[in-house]
Ligand binder design. Sequence first.
Ligand code: SAM
Length: 244
Amino acid sequence: MDAKVRLYVDQPLGAGQAVAVGPEQASYLFSVMRLPVGAGVLLFNGRDGEWLARVVDAGKRRGALLCEVQTKPLQLPPDMWLLFSPVRKERTNFIVEKAVELGVARLMPVTTRFTQGERWRQDKQLAHAIEAAEQCGATAVPQVGEVQPLERALAGWPADRALFWADEALAGAGPGAAGLAGLEAGRPGAILIGPEGGFSDAEQALLRGLPFVRPISLGPRILRAETAAVAALVLWQMAAGDWR
Ligand code: SAM
């Protein structure tokens, strides 16, 4: 394959389909990456799989690509939502990037009593998720939600979606895999990771009283929030996701 660039686009892809290139992508493709007419680019849009396209017009501010052949079918991530409290900027970026690589369908930032993270910029984090998907070979980008209070996210919760709550009170109470044993693959799921300060007593009481919440331990040590997100996603992927 002669394509060295992988790009997310929001246009239909298919054999012979022309794809217009706007100013931002033209600058990246033709100025930064210096792709000439005839160069290959891999495209995906979250609907049509991955396609090899050729540059047919390489202007300074605009251009065009022409799809040739499908190189990967669409592979949607498992139906997993990640709920987490935004932490410091670079650590939140890490959570978003790793969640896309590990495979989630939706990123749901939530505020809790002890959330101290910087302001959640949905547009910036979506761009970050797209970049991660371009880099890791995914053919879809997860939904990136607006930040909302944890209570609100829980209030409208779908009853058939188990919420695996990484509960720091269970640290040392066995491996996380124990709380995830016997899961059916393909079932909707979600993971909840708390902020650096953990969950308040009231939040813990609320979570313990909800029928869809399943507390899990992530081993004997207290993990940083971003480590906990990665660890929980790996455990879930192995138990019920698309790694098993
Ligand atoms: N300040 C909290 C404490 O000392 O109990 C620690 C919070 S921890 C830095 C951030 C989040 O990661 C927690 O709210 C929890 O969701 C998750 N977490 C970290 N270590 C964990 C463990 N061993 N088991 C379960 N969850 C864990």
